[in-house]
Ligand binder design. Structure first.
Ligand code: OTU
Length: 659
């Protein structure tokens, strides 16, 4: 990005442009929104000049007349503000007064496919009492907009952003569900697949029919020269099912950029018309009652020759401009970044750049997820401590989404540097993890499967449900009760970290019942090529029926997660916006960190990844400010102090606070 203007110059120009736009739009806004709301709308617009005009200038300033673009987009936003239903405006009002609403320790997330959980959107609504039992306040429904027919990458190939998948219901059903969730104090998160559309989307069809305006919505190359040049530095996301990043499409007269599957065409964000169209889509969903947009594959939005075409500065500028503009109409809307990237690049999606630039409010903490599984297999928490301590802190107005499993595979984002500092070799450790979780390692309790093994690089990722990866599946198969106890403990301890690291913990559907891999995952021919369906089983409502019985596996796991949720709610230190400090105890099996928030007592979390009793120096709590350590929650419901040490049972955890 070469920009000849200096930053102060750009700022002045930005402020000037927004003043002008605001003056032109002002009278209309006051009429359409009323005096009070019109004034608030204009104030938001003007306040955001740094977040809107600057990014747009850098993105499109050389291609279009900036003032006209801003005026046009502000008009799109005003239309959305005028169409915003009253109940949502009331929510906005609350959230503007209380911008930390999503950071509270009462926030507990749950992610599922609507069809696999409840059949339809109406079916999901009928199951909300179940989620209430778990204390869920944040519901992420996997892609639910109309996808292409047949293979659609789990809904990540959208054919129509304006319609709900007809098998799930209608937009009216979505509105009704959102309304019911809001009455229950639950926020709704929905996927926005913005990097690509299905090749069946109307934009793609028009492009293929020769409409030049729509052709410019995609990235098309007449011959292989540029694709080959790009491909030299592009990693393959699906080397096995969709090798390469370009697809020859005769109707388009060339090669179309397809980062993921060949039916998913990447959008051309260098074209402001694409930005405008996606902005409208976002506002439309916000006005249906969606509270959080999960920005799918956001690192991929901008391409640059000679790079891996991920995490480019422009991808951040796009997210910043989208956020600022959508907020003007829907101040209660949040963005969640789905950026499964190297740890040093992650916090940038939360706005941590050279200066804070509001970007996404939430981001998946992929690093935590990866090192939890790494610690479990290695029975060693040192790598986890080291790499998590290197994670730059998230800006105080944002938060992590912490999780153990999701619908995707686990990619071993373990840096060679962190591995070396632990005395391991990065590549062999990643290979060990693949062997361990695919069950090939001698004595392994993991029952997952390799995903996208890359012959050329030796890389692979892992598919599998948490219960299968942590040993529950293996223990059930062998009928070994003691081993089952240990496996349940592993699951509980992993989640004890997810629930206490800070941010919103997100449960993946089925983990609360220890659901295992779906043995019938390949039955659907549209899924057979993609073993991520192993860990996307249909909800087992019969198993859920046993959740109140502590003598059953389901009862034990469900009860454990409920207790974690209850304990979490009582701890102010767990709200997002606080700080997580990694500690380095004298036992390599124990992961230890302190969670702090300026309004509360600290919380000390200890998790034992060893298969025997382990201990930390009894002075550790005092050393981090817990002079009168008090038990909050733990595997055994009490703290075991002996001989100057605090002892943790095999695979056990403990939460302590200061009396
Ligand atoms: C996402 O994942 C979704 O979560 C996947 O289910 C989709 O297949 C994919 O996008 C395409 O829509 O590479 O292996 O840094 O890691 O966007 C999964 C982000 C992926 C990428 C992520 C992507």
């Amino acid at each position: 990005m070469v920009d000849v203007r200096s930053e102060p110059e750009r700022r002045l120009r930005a402020a000037g442009i927004l003043q002008e736009v605001s003056a032109r739009l002002g009278p209309v806004a006051r009429v359409r929104l009323g005096e009070l709301e019109g004034e608030a709308f204009l104030a938001r617009l003007e306040q955001m000049h740094l977040d809107v005009v600057e990014p747009l200038d850098l993105l499109y300033g050389r291609r279009t007349e900036l003032a006209a673009l801003v005026l046009d987009l502000a008009g799109v936003v005003l239309d959305a503000a005028a169409a915003r239903p009253w109940p949502l405006r009331l929510l906005d009002r609350r959230r503007e007064v209380d911008p930390g609403w999503f950071q509270r320790s009462r926030m507990i997330g749950y992610a599922c496919y609507a069809d696999r959980f409840g059949g339809t959107l109406a079916g999901v609504r009928d199951r909300l009492d179940y989620l209430a039992e778990l204390g869920v306040t944040y519901l992420h429904l996997m892609p639910l907009l109309a996808p292409r027919e047949g293979e659609n990458d789990g809904g990540y190939a959208v054919a129509d952003y304006e319609a709900v998948d007809p098998r799930l219901g209608t937009m009216a059903d979505l509105e009704e569900l959102a309304g019911e969730l809001h009455r229950r104090g639950v926020a709704l998160c929905v996927d926005l697949v913005l990097n690509h559309t299905a090749k069946e989307h109307a934009w793609a069809r028009k492009a293929a029919a020769g409409d030049p305006a729509y052709r410019d919505f995609y990235l098309v190359f007449g011959d292989r020269t540029l694709p080959d040049a790009y491909q030299r530095t592009l990693p393959e996301v699906f080397p096995d099912i969709a090798p390469g990043s370009f697809t020859l499409v005769p109707e388009m007269g060339g090669w179309v950029w397809t980062t993921f599957n060949d039916y998913q065409w990447d959008l051309n964000y260098a074209n402001p018309a694409v930005f405008r169209a996606m902005l409208r889509t976002m506002l439309e969903l916000a006005n249906r009652g969606v509270d959080v947009l999960r920005l799918d594959a956001v690192p991929f939005l901008w391409k640059r020759m000679g790079t891996d075409c991920q995490n480019q500065p422009e991808a951040h500028l796009l997210a910043q401009a989208f956020r600022a503009l959508t907020r003007v109409a829907a101040p209660g809307l949040l963005f969640k970044a789905e950026a499964i990237v190297a740890p040093e690049m992650l916090v940038q999606y939360l706005g941590a750049h050279d200066r804070f630039r509001p970007e996404c409010d939430l981001a998946y903490n992929n690093q935590l997820m990866v090192v939890l599984w790494s610690s479990l297999a290695a029975r060693d928490a040192r790598l986890a401590g080291r790499s998590l301590s290197r994670l730059r802190p998230e800006p105080p107005s944002t938060g992590w989404v912490t999780y153990l499993r999701c619908h995707d595979d686990i990619g071993w984002a373990v840096s060679d540097v962190d591995a070396a500092a632990t005395g391991w070799e990065g590549f062999s450790h990643r290979r060990f993890l693949n062997d361990f979780y695919s069950g090939r390692h001698p004595g392994s309790f993991g029952r997952g499967a390799l995903f996208q093994e890359n012959e050329a690089t030796g890389d692979a990722r892992i598919s599998g449900m948490a219960a299968s990866l942590c040993g529950i599946e293996a223990a059930l198969a062998s009928g070994d009760e003691a081993e089952l106890d240990m496996a349940v403990r592993r699951l509980e301890t992993l989640y004890s970290v997810v629930f206490s690291f800070g941010g919103i913990p997100l449960l993946w559907m089925g983990d609360e019942l220890a659901l295992r891999n779906d043995p019938r995952w390949a039955d659907d021919p549209a899924h057979a090529e993609d073993n991520r369906w192993l860990h996307r089983p249909p909800m087992d409502w019969a198993a859920a029926g046993r959740r109140a019985d502590p003598a059953t596996l389901e009862g034990r796991v469900f009860g454990a997660l409920r207790r974690l949720a209850d304990a979490r709610r009582s701890q102010l230190a767990l709200r997002a916006g606080g700080e997580t400090d990694l500690l380095f105890p004298d036992d390599p099996h124990v992961l230890a960190f302190r969670r702090r928030h300026r309004r509360s007592a600290p919380l000390l979390v200890l998790a034992n990844f060893g298969d025997g009793w382990q201990s930390v120096d009894a002075g550790l709590p005092a050393a981090v400010g817990l002079t009168e350590p008090e038990h909050v929650h733990s595997t055994r419901g009490r703290l075991d102090w002996a001989e100057g040490r605090l002892h943790l049972p095999p695979w056990g955890f403990a939460w302590l606070t200061n009396r």
